[in-house]
Design a protein around this ligand. Structure first.
Ligand code: NAP
Ligand code: GDD
Length: 342
């Protein structure tokens, strides 16, 4: 039985990846942070199986700022595959906490890579790199050969992590890969990222718990895919004979305005009656346009996105209506599939 170690297991991507790995028969070990409240909501359905702890899912306390803990965990677990997803992942917040973001999102990666070297393991390594690294884009669409031009402390930290992963692959012959993932969303997306903020607020507006939705820049364009599709690409990268770098994207771009319009339109509302501008959500430097070229992932990994922009919006709107106790059928929408956590 293969063992995988995940950082960021409690996040959006971690929760979908652990589902995929358990279904493939892996024993999964995840790093979790000690918190005064539970932070394992997204994986609770996997951890508890009829009130018994799932023997194939093991959680360990730790933090990406704590190198000795990471060393100890790798030495004892000895995972064949490491998926490094943990990060301070919010771009706007990285302007408020630049040093912390550099420490966790940047230096956290070297702590983990060094732990692999120091323990002498030959674990395969996945680095959660980001389309934010393209920032002020130098080419349209962006591919593996497009130069980076980061526009936030978060993106600068991710550029460091990208290059240290390449460097350790070349210097120490590690099987290490960068997935340069464009934005990917789902009903498990954190509520402060724009797509989820929109679908969550829409449900609250329909439930009469909220009157308006306050947003920043509606003109920014993103290449949005579905998180469940994207974690498959991560796994595929670690099944290749050698480590490499891959863009994972849909190849389509849409503005924030289009996403709001689509979401509100699904329930028959005109977004202009509800959306208000709030300057607090603007960024000192913005990334105006992202659109990825996933040709290499399609050719080498045989990976393709399955869920379209419109389907993604619908999945998220329906899940948030249901969370608010509303019946999607009342708005002409089909409920989420039964027996699956959206
Ligand atoms: P997310 O939902 O924000 O999850 C981040 C995870 O990192 C959480 O499990 C969080 O733990 C953990 N974490 C944060 N600080 C930590 C620390 N100091 N020590 C240990 N763990 C820590 O992010 P996501 O959307 O799943 O994204 C996964 C990764 O892909 C991130 O590295 C992100 O930057 C990158 N990425 C995401 C996208 C996207 O569109 N989603 C695109 C490209 C790249 P808590 O639950 O305790 O907070
Ligand atoms: N969060 C947020 N909140 N964004 C807003 C808002 C708002 O109220 N109003 C407009 N936006 C705009 C932002 O200015 C940005 O241009 C766009 O919506 C998307 O913002 P986010 O959803 O916060 O995502 P992001 O693109 O900055 O970063 C996400 O994707 C990256 C991949 O490109 C994160 O998941 C990063 O971790 C990831 O690397």
């Amino acid at each position: 039985m293969k063992k995988a170690f995940l950082t960021g297991i409690t996040g959006q991507d971690g929760s979908y990846l652990v589902e995929l790995l358990l279904a493939k028969g892996y024993e999964v070990h995840g790093l979790i942070r000690r918190s005064s409240t539970f932070n394992t909501d997204r994986i609770e359905h996997l951890y508890q199986d009829r009130h018994e702890a799932n023997p194939k899912l093991l959680l360990h306390y730790g933090d990406l700022s704590d190198a000795s803990n990471l060393n100890r965990l790798l030495r004892t677990i000895k995972p064949e595959e490491i998926y490094h997803l943990g990060a301070q992942s919010h771009v706007r917040v990285s302007f408020d906490m630049p040093e912390y973001t550099g420490d966790v999102t940047g230096l956290g990666t070297i702590r983990l890579l060094d732990a692999i070297l120091e323990t002498g393991l030959d674990s395969r390594f996945y680095q959660a790199s980001s389309s934010e690294m393209y920032g002020l884009v130098q080419a349209v669409p962006q591919s593996e050969t497009t130069p980076f031009y980061p526009r936030s402390p978060y993106a600068c930290a991710k550029v460091y992590s990208y290059w240290i992963t390449v460097n350790y692959r070349e210097a120490y012959n590690l099987h290490a890969s960068n997935g340069i993932l464009f934005n990917h969303e789902s009903p498990r997306r954190g509520e402060t990222f724009v797509t989820r903020k929109i679908t969550h607020s829409l449900a609250k507006i329909l439930a009469k718990k909220q009157k308006h939705l306050f947003l920043g820049n509606l003109e920014a364009k993103r290449d949005w895919g579905y998180a469940k599709d994207y974690v498959e690409a991560m796994w595929l990268m670690l099944q290749q004979p050698k480590g490499d770098d891959y863009v994972v994207a849909t190849g389509e771009t849409h503005s924030v305005k289009e996403f709001v319009q689509e979401a509100f339109g699904l329930v028959g509302l005109n977004y202009e009656n509800y959306v208000r501008m709030d300057e607090r959500y603007l960024r000192p430097t913005e990334v105006d346009l992202l659109i990825g070229d996933p040709t290499k992932a399609a050719k080498q990994l045989n990976w393709k996105p399955k869920v379209t922009f419109k389907e993604l919006t619908k999945i998220m709107v329906i899940a948030d209506l249901e969370k608010e106790g509303l019946d999607p059928k009342d708005f002409g929408l089909e409920p989420s599939p039964k027996g699956q956590k959206p």
